[in-house]
Design a protein around this ligand. Structure first.
Ligand code: CNA
Length: 390
């Protein structure tokens, strides 16, 4: 085994193991569907059980049929509602009180780009997994299941591989936070590469659940060219490790696998944050979900989502917590309008799309190249005419 592989292995062993796991079935945000029973039987890791202290309350924004499907609302004593917090947060931002903003995101920021999330009833991937022939939804991201049968994941990978989707307004709003010098870090659970594609620089981004930008053997971690892995998977072939012949997988973090080292930046970032914005996530995947509880107690937290999730389901809300429910893109457009950033964002989108040739981007490999040339301090690639640094 090559030195670098040994190093990689020992690094994985030496570090405190922080693996990806889902929350307990009782606290699922939504979408049990036909998999509900299996999911309940499928026990989550002890870590997830320990960390899971949420009680499920109602969520404004779910339709009554969704509510029936969720089966979570009958005993809800109180329902989390939009709190009008957007205005409060905008006021703080305009006062210059938020200069270290941490953004936490999930699949809900990319549904506007046409990529289904996991748990939205009806459209989410978990509601449409029959085609993948897996016994329970999480199996598709279970490394032991993959070891036995990689095909379900490879079928899904064809849909999720970066290249066929473009960043939307929400991605560019976050890029604008960086552009204004306000973004301390973005922590995303997404694996679609749209953050990089919209120009959020590498050092401002933590892809907590990995990405398709690199690939390696799922057993011995020998690196494998990402493009070759992509080609094989797209052609319906199984890429094999050149060292041990086991199946190669894109470096997307599966349940039971370690999170990337970069994830541990959170130990410095969250205590330093002066505003936390949470967008488009059900906060069901640990340890990521618990990050939102690690900002200082006085730090404002703003949830932008279709439903109240995580600690925002409990009423009364923590002092400084704000919830804005509804379609995320609409909410973010309003947010930008209130901040006076709308024109800047439109300009930014235009210039980035021109630069990346995004309108003609079909199955391009740009997003998955792992290269990022942006300068995180100056955002020098941006050609927005007015770039006030606040
Ligand atoms: P999830 O559990 O599916 O939750 C998504 C959340 O976003 C839900 O609460 C939805 O209600 C909300 N939401 C979806 N669309 C909108 C919208 N238009 N407006 C407002 N709210 C919306 O997904 P999470 O990200 O919480 O789960 C983490 C998983 C999902 C990660 O491990 C990802 O790898 C995985 N995933 C990623 C992608 C992607 O990369 N685009 C797609 C699907 C799944």
């Amino acid at each position: 085994m090559s030195k670098s592989n040994e190093d990689k292995r020992s690094l994985r062993c030496a570090a405190v193991r922080t693996t990806r796991s889902s929350r307990s079935a009782e606290s699922q945000d939504s979408g049990l569907g036909q998999y509900g029973k299996q999911r309940k039987k499928h026990s989550d890791s002890a870590l997830a059980q320990d960390l899971c202290q949420m009680s499920v309350s109602g969520q404004e924004g779910a339709t009554s049929s969704e509510e029936k499907q969720l089966g979570q609302h009958q005993n809800s004593p109180a329902v989390a509602k939009s709190t009008g917090g957007l205005a409060s947060v905008v006021r703080l931002m305009k006062l210059g009180r938020c200069k270290n903003v941490v953004v936490v995101t999930g699949a809900g920021i990319s549904t506007a780009s046409g990529i289904p999330d996991f748990r939205t009833p009806g459209t989410g991937l978990y509601a449409n997994l029959e085609a993948y022939n897996v016994p329970y939804p999480e199996a598709i991201f279970n490394v032991d299941y993959f070891s036995n049968d990689p095909q379900p994941f490879f079928s899904l990978a064809k849909v999720l591989y970066p290249g066929s989707h473009r960043p939307n307004y929400i991605h560019y709003f976050i890029r604008m936070l960086h552009h204004k010098g306000l973004l301390l870090r973005m922590y995303t659970q997404n694996i679609d590469g749209l953050e990089k594609l919209c120009g959020i620089p590498d050092d401002k981004l933590v892809e907590a659940h990995g990405s398709f930008a690199t690939a390696s053997c799922h057993l011995c971690y020998t690196p494998y060219p990402a493009e070759e892995a992509k080609r094989a998977i797209m052609n319906g072939d199984t890429p094999s490790c050149t060292f041990c012949t086991a199946t190669v997988k894109p470096d997307v973090v599966f349940f039971g696998e370690d999170l990337p080292q970069k994830y541990f930046l959170h130990t410095k970032d969250f205590p330093k944050a002066d505003l936390l914005i949470i967008m488009g996530t059900s906060l069901q995947i640990e340890p990521f979900a618990s990050l939102v509880n690690t900002v200082r107690s006085k730090v404002p937290r703003l949830l932008l989502n279709r439903h109240a999730v995580g600690p925002f389901q409990r009423l009364p809300l923590r002092r400084g917590d704000h919830v804005e429910l509804g379609d995320l893109e609409n909410t973010v457009r309003r947010f930008a309008e209130m901040l006076g950033w709308s024109d800047d964002i439109v300009e930014l989108m235009k210039s980035q799309e021109q630069e990346q040739h995004i309108p003609t981007l079909v199955r391009s490999t740009t997003a998955g190249s792992g290269e990022d040339e942006s300068d995180s301090e100056t955002d020098s690639k941006c050609s927005v005419s007015s770039c006030p640094s606040n």
